[in-house]
Ligand binder design. Sequence first.
Ligand SMILES: Cc1cc2nc3c(=O)[nH]c(=O)nc-3n(C[C@H](O)[C@H](O)[C@H](O)COP(=O)(O)OP(=O)(O)OC[C@H]3O[C@@H](n4cnc5c(N)ncnc54)[C@H](O)[C@@H]3O)c2cc1C
Length: 496
Amino acid sequence: MAIRTVEEYKQSIRDDRVVYFRGERIKDVTEHPFMQITLSQMALDYIVANDPKYRDLFVDEDENGEPMRFLHKPERTTEDLLRRREIVQLMARMGFGIPGGSNTTGKDALNAIAVVCDRMDRQTGSNYRERVEAYRQRLLKEDPAVIGAVTDIKGDRGLRPSKQVPHQDYYVRVVDRNKDGIFVSGAKAHISLAPLANEMICIPCRRHKEEDKDYAVVFSVPCNAKGITMISTDHEIDDIDNTFDYPYSSSIFFADAIVIFDNVFIPNENVFMDGEWKYSGDMAYAFGNSHRLFADSYKYVELEILAGAAFLIAEYNGLERVSHVQDKLAWLTMYCEAEEALAEQACVKPVQDPGSDLVYPNPMYSNIAKFFFAENYHQAMKNVQDIAGGLVCTVPSSKDFFNPETRELMEKYLTGKHGIQAEDRMRAFRLIKDLTSAWHGTLTIHGEGSLATQRMSILALADVERYKAAARRVARIKSDKEHPLYEGLLDYPPKV
Ligand SMILES: Cc1cc2nc3c(=O)[nH]c(=O)nc-3n(C[C@H](O)[C@H](O)[C@H](O)COP(=O)(O)OP(=O)(O)OC[C@H]3O[C@@H](n4cnc5c(N)ncnc54)[C@H](O)[C@@H]3O)c2cc1C
């Protein structure tokens, strides 16, 4: 068992992987200026795990006293879920709202394969759990940066994977096999951090029918495997050293990539589903559930930053006692703290499959928490922009602030309330501009699954019979089969 150093991590991704960015193939991802933003995000996981101040939270010991990363271990109790939440929130507070990344989506994928392979083995007699455990032992021993690659590129959203035209590679699928393993082709989209990770766990993003069973495939694969091409997303900005004008985007870049698989070989020991189409939905759902708890945890910190920016700019503009501004500040506070309460409930009331020793976050609460922040984020952006005023989009560049010819004018006119420095106020505007960008809005809606996905999960989990029994009781409607919570209650109103 081991915890790698940052240098070991960096060395491990100098491996001739195929990554394109802005029209060029990157020779060495650790040396590329834009990828270095992502590298710093991911390296934080290795920094904290080696820092005596944080080590106890991130690292456990095995029976021989060897260190092992807590995040690679199975989750068996509420305490395990709460500890992961604490890790994500601490990392997010250090990382401007973003929790590192070397082992965050990978952890969700590892949780999903652990829970569903266990379920498949119990229900079908398959033997995947042994493979998952062997894989887990390798992760604990080698401490690689693992990510989750779930979202297929999809093509026509109205057609099933096998019915796509003009080709059938819009979803990743098995195209060939031999006695040692399978060959896969297809493409995943928006895969965060993939250009800087060591390996990815690939999971289907939807349910399948029998006709789509070639697409019912789950596996792990090194990011430099032969046949993998990654095309990174563009970045919002060019001026990445300018932390004044781009306080957030100069420091955060996910390098989300389209990951193309062209006949990539996956050895049997890394295959965790191969044709069991009835369980594709379970895999996608289990990943989504774990992933939503992760999102709910860091979003709380992101909302702290957003609410904080609103309080700061209200103060800098001399508006903190104005009633409509106070209404908006109260709304932002409620939004932020309700998010925390909902997500914590998902850990406090976990779920366990019968016969399994693994727990997972309460899917009702984790889905509601994710839906709640995504549904309300644009309202939050609106409130912050409303309080801040038009300078959010018209604020001059820091280059004018630092230009001796204009500095005095800006110092004179860009102060708000007396005593507030023009520079601080400008920095607050630039932060709000960065935080309320289209990128942020879209990430919030679609990252960790679009709104409709949570709605579907929530409705599927809804205790409809309880709700109906509650309504029947008040309307005095009789029913043959009462809900246990409503059965045998005292008559109401009591005769007194
Ligand atoms: C910044 C960012 C980072 C991300 N990181 C990752 C990552 O690391 N790993 C990963 O696996 N994924 C990642 N994602 C992907 C994310 O989960 C998807 O964006 C999300 O699931 C939506 O998929 P899509 O983008 O293909 O949009 P679409 O699926 O096209 O969704 C657009 C709209 O169409 C609706 N829709 C689509 N299909 C149907 C249908 N058949 N019936 C009815 N309605 C439909 C959706 O509900 C939505 O309203 C990331 C996304 C973003 C934006």
